[in-house]
Ligand binder design. Structure first.
Ligand SMILES: *Cc1c(COP(=O)(O)O)cnc(C)c1O
Length: 355
């Protein structure tokens, strides 16, 4: 039976990206050696990092003055590296969920943290709209896509202070105006690559503004200077990222990814709203195009386990919702096909007919 991978992360990747990475793990670049057993400083590996950076710049139309980095540590280490490198006195955070809260917790170790708005009052089911950005803060931190709650800021907001964004789960799903950001980061394992690499896009002249000492490995300037090669980077994950960047380019770039995201969301949210058994959890205007969250209506709550078992029997993988939200979550990253969304909808319809 065909499986449809709706996992929230690590998550679906194009089949050819997986095959190409697997092939390089057996024989990299016709060298007779595995990608796993060569030096990151090998003559034939440098072009991998160079092309990945160049493709990222091309796909997102990244302006001059920005550097693309491939690091270890995941988005979670960025929660600490961001304030280490940018927080002198005070930072502003928009609290839209668990990941934003974790980012704030780390920032508090370095200075004052102002929570400019929060949607905790309604279990993060919406993106706060009315807030004031303090102009005396060192930066504003946002989480563009809230993977757990299925809400998203799918636009590049205006900020009078340097804007820093955790884009772990919607990166490369739409065109970006990178010039509005001082730094963009995320774990690759949601929409870019296999787990193990963290992407960072940083405006070079935004760095070096804090007075504290920064440990070498946690200082962005180290990695800018060394082109992500200060120490051994995650070689295989970076290669998988390159394969995916090539895939995205070959399939029409981020504009095409954006169009697909809208098509998928229309299909799945359309069914969530139509089906008598289900209801979406996020406020409509805040709905994520990446993680589509829904629950059974109160009168059908006892069907929870049955629907999960039914969906699983039809080939749906990973549709169980996060424990903080319950219900179901269909994560529809770039590689999720329209066919996959239609299969999920057919499954919801069939389940409705049974009840
Ligand atoms: C998954 C996720 C993280 C955590 O990423 P790691 O790479 O596992 O540290 C952070 N932020 C968001 C929005 C996420 O979805």
């Amino acid at each position: 039976m065909k499986k449809y991978n709706f996992n929230a992360g690590p998550s679906i990747l194009p089949r050819e990206v997986i095959e190409q990475t697997a092939a390089a793990c057996l024989d990299f670049d016709n060298s007779g050696l595995s990608l796993m057993e060569i030096s990151h400083r090998a003559k034939n590996f440098q072009p991998v990092v160079d092309e990945a950076e160049a493709l990222m710049k091309e796909l997102l139309d990244i302006p001059e003055g920005y550097k693309v980095l491939f690091l270890g540590g995941g988005a979670s280490l960025e929660f600490c590296m961001v304030p280490f490198n940018f927080l002198e006195k005070k930072a502003a955070y928009l609290n839209t969920g668990v990941w934003a809260t974790k980012a704030m917790k780390e920032a508090k170790l370095f200075g004052e943290v102002v929570e400019i708005a929060s949607s905790a009052d309604k279990n993060f089911t919406y993106i706060p709209q009315n807030y004031t950005i303090p102009t005396d803060a060192d930066y504003l931190h946002i989480t563009t896509n809230n993977t757990i709650y299925g809400t998203e800021i799918r636009e590049d907001i205006d900020s009078p202070i340097p804007l820093i964004a955790d884009m772990s789960s919607d990166f490369l799903s739409r065109p970006l105006d990178v010039s509005k950001y001082a730094l963009i980061y995320g774990g690759a394992q949601k929409n870019l690559a296999m787990a193990g690499v963290t992407f960072v896009i940083v405006k070079e002249d935004a760095l070096g503004k804090v007075s504290r000492q920064i440990p070498t490995m946690l200082d962005y300037r180290t990695h800018v200077k060394k082109g992500s090669m200060f120490n051994t980077p995650p070689v295989v994950p970076i290669y998988s990222a390159l394969m995916n960047l090539r895939y995205i380019k070959a399939h029409g770039g981020v504009k095409a990814m954006d169009k697909l995201a809208h098509q998928r969301a229309e299909i799945v949210y359309g069914e969530i709203d139509r089906n008598k058994l289900f209801v979406g959890t996020a406020e409509e205007s805040s709905r994520s195009l990446m993680n589509l969250t829904f629950v059974l209506k109160p009168e059908y709550q006892d069907l929870q386990d049955e629907f999960l078992a039914f969906a699983t029997s039809k080939g749906m993988v990973g549709v169980k919702g996060h424990r903080d939200v319950g219900g179901f979550r269909a994560s529809c990253y770039n590689a999720m096909s329209i066919e996959g969304c239609e299969a999920l909808v057919a499954c919801m319809k069939e389940f409705e007919a049974k009840h």
